[in-house]
Design a protein around this ligand. Structure first.
Ligand SMILES: NC(=O)c1ccc[n+]([C@@H]2O[C@H](COP(=O)([O-])OP(=O)(O)OC[C@H]3O[C@@H](n4cnc5c(N)ncnc54)[C@H](O)[C@@H]3O)[C@@H](O)[C@H]2O)c1
Length: 367
């Protein structure tokens, strides 16, 4: 049962039901103060509608913060399709989803997330232009893991500067969990710069590939098993696989001085940010560090330009510096400092919007 109390933080929640294509989806728009909502579309065989609602509400709120932190003119939204991505996909399902997105008249832009691919949304594009993260052949930027990995590198530089007073990775050590699209690129760049890595992945073939490539690079790789990555004697832990990896159990094992990675929702709960602080471990808030992909997909709405994406991704460095300094001044965790930073950006925009509101044209229609 969905009660208004449950969605009181959200502007709009839309249930999409199309028996012909089998589409059952939910679109949540959290906050459009900064601009039209932006957020991916996740497809999962949710056990209950309640579980799907929970996910879409939480994820859309997270997008409001992520867009604010990256200084995007977008608010937070997200969508979920209830279904098995291995069995239930069809062109009609994604066309139908596109029609529902179109019905929101530019209030919501979406694209790929867990369980969906850019190719799925080529079908949705036939019904709406409000799709991002599309293949290069359709005018998009293609693989978003490239700027995401660049953002992680800028995050590592800002953090290394803060903790060790240097941005030189040579002879520093990093424990990388997950060598997928993002983690592999980060690992390779660090090896090129002469860093020492501890790595783990459940996929043996990516480990083998990295070890092979490392033979021709200045840095060194040591492969560790599963959970041993948490206690690896490294300077920085770089989570690039799953969410929730920093929890009461793993936090005790960490020997690092900093945590900087691409994984979404790295802390199981925000309070763990305080424990990291107490333990003298500098945490780079995930939604700031991993915004490169978001920056790239949003850029598609303004005639895609890779140089502009790189420039905006570089700003992740400065944002982190501001947050670290603010957290220091107030004696806050970086999690709290970062949430306050985003809330202030949203509040400031509210005031600016009200000043111009009588004269500005409708703010949504970007392309
Ligand atoms: N790709 C992007 O642009 C982007 C943007 C923002 C955030 N992220 C987040 O960054 C993380 C990595 O994204 P990606 O695109 O590289 O995903 P990916 O699926 O390409 O890579 C994830 C890797 O983690 C490995 N893995 C899974 N479970 C593991 C475990 N228990 N221990 C060790 N390794 C494990 C997988 O085998 C895979 O190689 C995800 O949390 C994702 O949500 C990605």
């Amino acid at each position: 049962m969905l009660e208004f109390e449950r969605i009181k933080d959200h502007e709009q929640v839309v249930f999409c039901n199309d028996p012909k294509s089998g589409l059952k989806a939910i679109i949540a728009i959290h906050d459009t103060t900064l601009g039209p909502a932006l957020g991916g579309c996740r497809m999962r065989p949710y056990a209950t509608v309640d579980e799907a609602v929970e996910d879409v509400l939480r994820l859309s709120k997270g997008m409001t913060y992520k867009c604010a932190a990256a200084d995007m003119d977008h608010g937070g939204g997200k969508s979920v399709i209830i279904g098995d991505p291995l069995k239930d996909k069809s062109p009609d399902l994604f066309r139908s989803f596109g029609q529902f997105v179109e019905s929101l008249n530019g209030r919501f832009y979406t694209g790929t997330d867990m369980g969906t691919t850019p190719e799925d949304f080529v079908h949705s594009l036939k019904e709406t232009k409000n799709i991002v993260g599309i293949p290069e052949a359709y005018g998009g930027h293609g693989d978003s893991s490239v700027p995401t990995a660049q953002g992680v590198i800028y995050g590592l530089k800002a953090t290394a500067k803060k903790v060790w007073g240097t941005e030189v990775f040579q002879d520093m050590s990093f424990a990388i969990q997950g060598l997928g699209k993002v983690g592999f690129k980060v690992a390779k760049k660090l090896l090129e710069d002469g860093a020492n890595l501890f790595v783990t992945d459940i996929n043996k073939s990516v480990i083998k590939e990295l070890v092979n490539q490392a033979e021709h690079l200045p840095g060194k790789v040591e492969v560790v098993k599963g959970d041993d990555i948490y206690s690896a004697p490294a300077d920085v832990f770089v989570p690039c696989a799953l969410g929730g990896v920093i929890n009461d159990e793993t936090i005790e094992k960490l020997k690092v001085k900093a945590v900087v990675g691409s994984a979404n929702n790295q802390l199981l709960e925000d309070r763990l940010g305080d424990i990291l602080k107490e333990r003298g471990i500098l945490y780079a808030p995930d939604y700031i560090v991993n915004a490169g992909g978001l920056i790239q997909v949003a850029d598609e709405l303004h005639h895609p330009n890779k140089e502009r994406v790189l420039q905006q991704t570089r700003a992740i460095y400065d944002t982190l510096v501001q947050i670290y300094d603010h957290a220091d001044r107030e004696n806050w965790s970086t999690v709290h400092a970062s949430n306050v930073f985003c809330d202030e950006r949203i509040e400031n925009r509210k005031q600016r919007n009200s000043f111009f509101s009588a004269s500005i044209p409708p703010k949504w229609q970007i392309r």
